[in-house]
Design a protein around this ligand. Structure first.
Ligand SMILES: [Fe+2]
Ligand SMILES: [Fe+2]
Length: 250
């Protein structure tokens, strides 16, 4: 059963917990003149997410369907949504549209460049491309400036069936999730550390978000900028590469 929480004005978090993998999957609905769904959810979850969204709006009224990167929890149910929402358009990064969605989707997507905006009516969601953060060439995030909400996908991934909103240390929880996945033979290397990782996190910090709406785990309310800057350091510490000349030096 999906758990629905209004985490900011007009912004609803639709959360489904999968106990088998001890993980929440969160879908965000912006209830506005042109409703926006961020994360379609998986195809298998579609009936449950659709029924939850239907308690908030008529799903046929959806106008925008967006996500961060091409992966089943992000956009797997895109075509199911397009089939119930004939006015809706898929909207993602330009590279995502070019390399995946123009073929994958049943209708033509809209590709966003840096700083392009999805206007929903009372709200404006600005697109920030973040290639390979959290992962995927096509990755990006959306930022709503009025309430300072960053729809941040897998950034600040937390394990467990946690509370919808928290002011506690989400970075510590993300660090614990990364450590757990790094120790797992299949799930390791979930987030790549690239020369651009810390810089991209710092650019997101410069937006000074006051809410970090995570796909997996609680939405953090507080100094999002500080959390993002510290996240760059955490990833360096947790995933930092061994220097290639390390054995020669030893
Ligand atoms: Fe992902
Ligand atoms: Fe995810």
């Amino acid at each position: 059963m999906a758990r629905i929480t209004e985490i900011a004005p007009d912004l609803y978090r639709v959360s489904i917990y999968l106990p088998q993998i001890d993980l929440q999957f969160n879908h965000f609905l912006i209830k506005d003149d042109e409703p926006l769904l961020f994360h379609t959810g998986m195809r298998r979850m579609f009936p449950e997410v659709r029924d939850a969204v239907a308690t908030l709006i008529d799903p046929a009224a959806l106008r925008w369907i967006s996500w961060s990167h091409f992966e089943v929890d992000e956009c797997g149910a895109l075509n199911e949504w397009l089939s119930v929402a004939p006015r809706a358009q898929a909207v993602c990064s330009q590279v995502g549209a070019l390399v995946n969605i123009e073929d994958f989707a049943d209708s033509q997507p809209r590709g966003l460049a840096k700083d392009d905006v999805i206007e929903t009516g009372r709200h404006r969601y600005r697109f920030v491309p973040t290639p390979h953060l959290p992962h995927g060439w096509d990755a990006g995030v959306l930022f709503e400036e009025t309430a300072g909400v960053l729809l941040c996908s897998d950034l600040f991934h937390q394990l467990g069936d946690v509370e919808p909103v928290t002011t506690t240390d989400v970075l510590g929880r993300w660090d614990a999730a990364i450590a757990a996945y790094q120790a797992h033979p299949l799930l390791m290397d979930y987030v790549p550390l690239t020369p651009a990782t810390e810089r991209r996190l710092d650019e997101l910090a410069d937006l000074q978000p006051r809410m970090l709406a995570a796909m997996h785990g609680s939405t953090f309310v507080g100094d999002g900028g500080a959390a993002l800057r510290a996240a760059g350091k955490m990833l360096q510490r947790r995933l930092g590469a061994v220097r290639v000349d390390a054995h020669h030096a030893a």
